[in-house]
Design a binder for this molecule. Structure first.
Ligand SMILES: Cc1ncc(COP(=O)(O)O)c(C=O)c1O
Length: 353
């Protein structure tokens, strides 16, 4: 849903507090300056030095052979799946994962690839037993199982390295390859306290979004083994993602990798604080009605009065998705401590007036 937010600036904070997602951030003045100064070239010819630098930089950091800049996380996941699988082959994926529920079944529509969702565990991780049960026998009635598609973080939940490796090992036991949708890869690394290479080693290919917690206006990078690079670049071209002087986006990505990763722990701390303070406004034990994972707080308002609450907050310059019945409040680059205080004060006015 999109809103006309032009008249919704909070009088108290002088800016809009948009909690719907970490995709709503606006590039900072410094990021815009670096974008405008970026050295660029034609990337379809492989001649954009800033894109080449970003792809190399991320590949080295994550311990992969190479990287390909994509327009979006959706395109990056799709190019990965299409590069791993052919028509009549199958991906096995968590039933709450973005590639399954929010990417318009692109792999099936464009690649003739079957998508098989499986139940996940308590942290939304892929369970080895469920992977094993989903793998098809070598039988002409079945698609050919090919890829296990993981995600981390999932709905803000950071899945431990042990659980990720259990899924990867199970995939390998069945000769399946692995992809990780790491739209919020660095939020997961921040929470788990592991190295970037350790998390990236849980899958053969990894998709990283620059546009979410890292705060760039666009762009994702697919990290992959050398032998898949040609396929991924061909699919990207076919999908309309062969950009030209897109080094302006890569420059924002390099800036974000250097400046916006360390601060992800602040988003997590603000989410923890917000969740702990909001506990007093929910029914029951709190556990079923308020959850916090990395930078996300999931809140189910009492008395199922979600629409009223959303309107009340909107009048105070705070934007949330309508609670249906749960709403998600996401901490990001454009949310400060004083914004969190304004949010809590507004909740207090709502529930106590
Ligand atoms: C987990 C996850 N994966 C992939 C995507 C897709 O990213 P994009 O919006 O850049 O296509 C999103 C978008 O929010 C996401 O949350």
């Amino acid at each position: 849903m999109s809103y006309d937010l032009s008249k919704k600036i909070s009088h108290q904070t002088n800016h809009l507090i948009d909690l719907r997602s970490d995709t709503v951030t606006r590039p900072s003045v410094e990021m815009r300056r670096i974008m405008s100064d970026a050295e660029v070239g034609d990337d379809v010819y492989g001649e954009d030095p800033t894109i080449n630098k970003l792809e190399k930089m991320l590949a080295e950091r994550l311990g992969k052979d190479t990287g390909v800049l994509m327009t979006s996380g959706t395109q990056s996941n799709l190019c990965s799946v299409l590069s791993h699988c052919a028509r009549g082959e199958e991906i096995i994926i968590g039933n709450s994962y973005h590639v399954y529920i929010d990417e318009a079944a692109g792999a099936s529509v464009l690649g003739g690839i079957a998508i098989t969702p499986i139940e996940t565990g308590d942290d939304n991780e892929m369970l080895p037993d469920n992977i094993s049960r989903a793998v098809k026998p070598d039988d002409s009635h079945c698609p050919i199982s090919k890829l296990v598609c993981m995600e981390n973080t999932v709905w803000g939940n950071a899945i431990s390295l042990d659980k990720m490796n259990d899924a990867k090992n199970e995939a390998e036991r069945h000769n399946l390859s692995t992809h990780l949708d790491g739209a919020r890869f660095f939020n997961a690394v921040t929470k788990l306290g592991c190295s970037e290479k350790e998390l990236a080693s849980c899958a053969d290919t990894v998709s990283i979004c620059l546009s979410k917690g890292l705060g760039t206006p666009a762009g994702s990078v697919l990290l992959l083994p050398k032998e898949l690079e040609g396929k991924a670049r061909r699919w990207r071209k076919m999908l309309g993602g062969g950009m030209r002087q897109a080094g302006i986006f890569a420059a924002a990505g390099i800036y974000a990798l250097e400046n916006n990763i360390k601060r992800l722990s602040e988003d997590q701390q603000r989410a923890e604080y917000l969740a702990s303070e909001l506990k007093k406004y929910v029914n029951g034990s709190g556990d079923s009605d308020i959850k916090q994972n990395t930078n996300m707080v999931f809140f189910t308002p009492q008395k199922k009065d979600g629409q009223k609450l959303a309107t009340f907050l909107m009048d105070r310059g705070i934007v949330i998705n309508d609670p249906l019945p749960t709403t998600r409040m996401v901490m990001h680059l454009d949310i400060s401590d004083s914004d969190v205080n304004h949010i809590l004060k507004s909740f207090d006015e709502y529930y106590n007036s």
